[in-house]
Design a protein around this ligand. Sequence first.
Ligand SMILES: [Zn+2]
Length: 112
Amino acid sequence: MPVTLESRLRQIQVFNLNHEVYCAGTECACSEVTAVVVDENPRTGERAPRRVTRRAPGSLTLLARERRQGLPESVLQVAEVRAAIERGAVRVVEQTAGRPHRIPATQPAREE
Ligand SMILES: [Zn+2]
């Protein structure tokens, strides 16, 4: 079931989405980054560029007070997200499928 997260802060928050944790429950959100490293041959001292591909974890950015819907449930397993929820920096919005979004806290008394 998709998850809705809401930022409680008036500042931007960025969470790194750990591949082992986050991508396990959804399609891989990582991007592949190609870097060129220079290898030096220890015998000849010759330098040769070599391309290496690294997996860079995806990230989730929440803008100030942003509410983001449709996140995979595995986002709640990501350590950085869990910590933010525990600090109160992020709130998990309850799923209200088929129910009205806002229920008034107090019903005005009606006299007829
Ligand atoms: Zn991944």
